[in-house]
Design a protein around this ligand. Sequence first.
Ligand code: MG
Length: 248
Amino acid sequence: MIIVKSLQEIELMRQAGRIVAGTLQELAGAVRPGITTIQLDTLARQYIQKSGARPAFLGYHGFPATICTSLNEEVVHGIPGLRRLKAGDIISIDVGVFYKGYYGDAAATFPVGEVSPLAKRLLEVTRESLYKGIEKAYPGNRLYDISAAIQTYVESRGFSVVRSYVGHGIGSEMHEEPQVPNFGLPGKGPLLEAGMVLAIEPMVNAGTWEVETLSDDWTVVTKDRNLSAHFEHTVAIMQDGPEILTSF
Ligand code: MG
């Protein structure tokens, strides 16, 4: 069942979303050659705690950190550690918080110093595909209108969408129904209604859409080890259209 939120609940989700956005903003300013991913994790944890929220990923199914940091061929769920960013890397950072009973969830991929033309294009296309999906988040549309808009845009640019990981409903649970795939047929899927809140999150690969999980049981990488990018927003479907709760 897809849980429809009241306006009061959406107001609390706005507050959670603002903390997620602030965290990503802070991290965007810290990403540079030489910084380690665990230093980014510490910055995120401090920001979230200072805001009175709780990191949502820490301890989730045993995840050991506040944020996910996924570099280059890593798609999602990378674990922060002693690895130092270097110029030319791209880093996807996923942030989730729990605040006053509700979750917020967003991600973005950042270039580290100067990156290749391919990496630049992958980031642009992935970010843009997220907005193509969000534009379909209207009451009266169908869920896979969002999915199809993302897939069509990404594939028209020569990239591929990951199949095995998808977006999700979000609210008093981090993962609620429905699943929000980044592929599908327009006009299909559940009817969208005002009050639904979705985490829409295209994961886009430069090469094959296939992925595999490393032996740490967390880090998902592209099967061909080509680059991958990830952008995500928590989006409330309002009477008059989508409202991005995690804008930064
Ligand atoms: Mg998510």
